[in-house]
Write a protein that binds this ligand. Structure first.
Ligand SMILES: NC(=O)c1ccc[n+]([C@@H]2O[C@H](COP(=O)([O-])OP(=O)(O)OC[C@H]3O[C@@H](n4cnc5c(N)ncnc54)[C@H](OP(=O)(O)O)[C@@H]3O)[C@@H](O)[C@H]2O)c1
Length: 267
């Protein structure tokens, strides 16, 4: 289905990104994969080349660094085939209250979760519009539907990703470029280990979905031309009730769910 097309997946060293890369390769796509951990990317590239015969380019990069998105774009443009599918997946959360989280860590979050995907959408989106075709999947979160105390800037960053993606998808109507925001609830990945390391709460929530299932639903929605994907059926109902209930009540419940007043933070 995607033979001869190239997909760029950010955050491919783990979790959902690894699943996106696997599923895209299984559909015949060639890949450009990026994350900081180059050793993991190298192993994944070997697996994808052996299993699916894909051509895989690895670009180890820290997307929180100034200029990283531009460098990524330039290196993909220099390749023989342009990127036709962009999966902006790299991201992380910090568990704990905002004032108790290191300021540098929050700045890194904003760069990886918002600035980098925005810039990649701009750079690759313009190239796609010029060619008259392209697909962009931006990984937001179910946390984008309400402010979440104890994970405040993460939820706010994902609200940005969802709103930005939906608006962009309408701006690009009729250009051949399609944008979709994926909004998963809990997924069993290293996300919780990374988010809760500083406060010693790293358990994956009970009932978390598998990364292959969620990545598959996201790609199906992207290729079906949807602007928004809530991959778990019960989340449609949850989102509906969250709109009906008083906002203050929903926010307090969300904070309780995130262990507000049970976790501290780093200095
Ligand atoms: N798991 C969930 O419950 C859940 C729910 C909703 C949305 N999401 C979203 O899904 C996406 C993928 O997360 P995941 O669950 O798969 O977690 P994960 O297993 O921790 O993967 C996160 C990926 O992001 C990359 N990344 C983090 N910081 C980076 C940086 N500074 N520069 C470049 N790459 C960086 C990591 O690679 P390196 O560490 O190698 O750099 C890793 O490949 C994120 O956007 C997350 O917010 C997750």
């Amino acid at each position: 289905m995607l033979k001869g097309k190239t997909a760029l997946v950010t955050g491919a060293s783990s979790g959902l990104g690894r699943s996106f890369a696997n599923l895209l390769a299984a559909k015949g796509a060639d890949l450009v994969i990026t994350a900081r951990r180059g050793d993991r990317l190298k192993t994944l590239a070997g697996e994808l080349e052996t299993k699916h015969g894909s051509t895989v380019t690895i670009i180890p990069l820290d997307l929180s660094m100034r200029g990283a998105a531009a460098e990524l774009f330039e290196r993909t443009e220099a390749a023989e085939t342009p990127v036709e599918i962009l999966v902006n997946n790299a991201g992380f959360a910090t568990l704990g209250t905002f004032l108790d989280t290191a300021c540098e860590r929050s700045a890194e979050l904003l760069a990886v979760n918002m600035k980098s995907p925005t810039e990649l959408c701009w750079r690759l989106g313009r190239a796609m519009r010029e060619r008259g075709s392209g697909r962009i999947l931006n990984v937001a979160s179910f946390a984008s539907f309400t402010p979440v105390p104890n994970m405040a800037i993460y939820a706010a960053s994902k609200a940005y990703v969802r709103n930005f993606s939906e608006a962009l998808s309408i701006e690009l109507d009729g250009t051949g470029v399609h944008v979709c925001a994926l909004c998963p609830g809990p997924v069993a990945t290293d996300f919780y280990e990374v988010a809760g390391r500083a406060v010693g709460r790293t358990d994956v929530p009970a009932g978390a979905a598998g990364p292959d299932e969620i990545a598959g639903a996201g790609l199906d929605a992207l290729f079906a031309g949807k602007r928004l994907c809530l991959p778990v059926a019960k989340d449609h109902m949850n989102a509906f009730f969250m709109r009906l209930l008083p906002r203050g009540f929903v926010m307090k419940m969300a904070g309780k769910e995130m262990g507000l007043h049970k976790t501290g933070g780093e200095e």
